[in-house]
Design a protein around this ligand. Structure first.
Ligand code: HEM
Length: 442
């Protein structure tokens, strides 16, 4: 039974039984799938068990029994609160980095394996320098990234290279996607240079075991050397050249920001593969993507972008957004002491059927008429001052990729078809199990 606490006390703490349910049914599956790099076998199992539906049920039940405010897990040595209300989730993100720092304890422990100087895990002083630099290089405030023309060319060439492929499965999609990423980030010559991206995978695999593994200083040093070389030799049309041309202040650590970008592009590949499944099951939207003329939309591809955003709403790739309170915070009369961690389980809010008429539907229109933006806690790229500064570039690359693929090929999902026309969209979807037949001549 929930314990009741008088006003003025700390946040309610879950019973041990409820903590065990949250651990097993909410965070267990998230950790098991791999927070930093996904484990394909577990991702498939999560789909079969429909773990996101189970997690949403548990969180909804806690909200009914403990009330809307955040609730603390009963774990020794750590005050970790689960956010249950969309307004609270929005507040935590809006009030970042103070009093809610993105450099949360668990995140720092994991990410320091490959990006010890990344803005996401930086202290307040370094964040003030690193955040604006990231925003500038990534053209965060623009609709399209300055490398847009290069992105369009690279994507077209790589999509043309898919011709003759018997089936576009996850491995083929990821291989093509990383060729695009390497050409955009490092330049055309790095198209097949796997050393850097393979090293990132190794370091991220270590980060999955955050607390249990020591940092590999040898690999980290090698990562630094490779990044330094790529930036020094960057061809003008590459993100590395933008890095070289954008001086930072002392403490920026420009090269130290790049591992987060390479890590995060993985999510963009996953989102694109799932977006393709949405289009394959919704021929009318697919036809719209095909027919859309970017020159009529300031170079943008509105329907393709909305499809990618829907893919990320329906199946967020950042499964939990974490913050730590750096000061005591007030929650309608209850307090959370400084040092309390806050966990926002995005899929719970993105699929809140009690609040969102389109919770379990494929609804790209919500990104075009601002319904997504005005609904609280629809946060695939987070929100507030620490919102993903890579959003512009991500949507640029992924919408071009999606449009180029359906523009060149007829796309048919290969059985077992996981996303069907009409009806609800599955809560948990293993990107690793999606396969498509691409027939030239669309
Ligand atoms: C589909 C792809 C992506 C998604 C869904 C995504 C989502 C997010 C989210 C949710 C956060 C906040 C994380 C947190 O607060 O713990 C974040 C942070 C960040 N992302 Fe992305 N991201 C993506 C790709 C990228 C790419 C490709 C880049 C760079 C090229 C990038 C750069 C960053 C940076 C630098 C931060 C840290 C921001 C800060 O701490 O102020 N992201 N991203």
């Amino acid at each position: 039974m929930p314990r009741s606490s008088p006003a003025g006390s700390t946040l309610p703490r879950l019973s041990f039984a409820d903590t065990a349910r949250v651990a097993a049914g909410v965070f267990g599956p998230i950790l098991a799938q791999g927070v930093i790099v996904r484990r394909p076998a577990v991702v498939g199992l999560a789909e079969r068990l429909d773990t996101h539906r189970q997690a949403a049920r548990i969180l909804g039940d806690l909200r009914e029994r403990y009330g809307r405010g955040p609730v603390l897990l009963a774990i020794p040595g750590r005050d970790l609160a689960v956010v249950l209300d969309p307004d609270d989730a929005a507040r935590v993100l809006e009030e970042s980095p103070h009093p809610f720092t993105p450099a949360n304890r668990e995140k720092v422990t994991a990410l320091r394996h490959f990006e010890p100087h990344g803005v996401l895990i930086s202290d307040a002083e370094h964040r003030m320098i690193r955040r604006p630099w990231n925003e500038e290089v990534l053209d965060h405030r623009e609709e399209l990234h300055r490398l847009h023309q290069h992105v369009v060319r690279v994507v077209r060439e790589e999509v043309a290279g898919l011709e003759g492929l018997p089936v576009l499965d996850w491995d083929a999609q990821a291989a093509a996607f990383w060729r695009v990423v390497r050409r955009v980030v490092l330049g055309d010559a790095a198209r097949d240079d796997h050393e850097l991206t393979d090293l990132m995978v190794d370091l991220r695999a270590q980060a999955n075991w955050a607390f249990l593994r020591p940092r590999s200083t040898r690999r980290l040093r090698r990562l630094g050397e490779l990044l330094r070389r790529h930036v020094a030799e960057a061809p003008p049309e590459s993100l590395a050249a933008v890095v070289a041309r954008t001086p930072g202040l002392p403490g920026t650590a420009p090269l130290g920001q790049m591992p987060q970008w390479l890590f995060a592009f993985d999510a963009a590949g996953i989102a694109t593969h799932r977006a393709l499944a949405l289009l394959a099951a919704h021929p009318q939207v697919l036809a719209q993507v095909r027919a859309e003329d970017p020159s009529a939309h300031r170079g943008l591809r509105p329907t393709a972008r909305a499809t990618v955003l829907e893919s990320l709403r329906l199946w967020p790739t950042t499964l939990t957004i974490l913050r730590d309170g750096v000061a005591e915070t007030d929650w309608s009369g209850r307090t959370a002491p400084a040092g309390t961690g806050f966990a926002i389980v995005s899929s719970y809010f993105h699929r809140d059927a009690g609040r969102l008429a389109w919770a379990d539907a494929f609804a790209p229109e919500i990104w075009q008429d601002d319904r997504a933006q005005t609904s609280r806690a629809i946060v695939p790229f987070s929100a507030g001052p620490a919102r993903c500064p890579g959003r512009t570039l991500v949507l640029d690359v992924t919408s071009e990729l999606l449009a180029a693929t359906v523009g060149r090929f007829d796309v048919t999902a290969v059985p077992p078809v996981r996303v069907r026309t009409g009806g609800p969209v599955p809560r948990t979807l293993a990107h690793t199990g999606l396969r498509f037949r691409l027939t030239p001549g669309a």
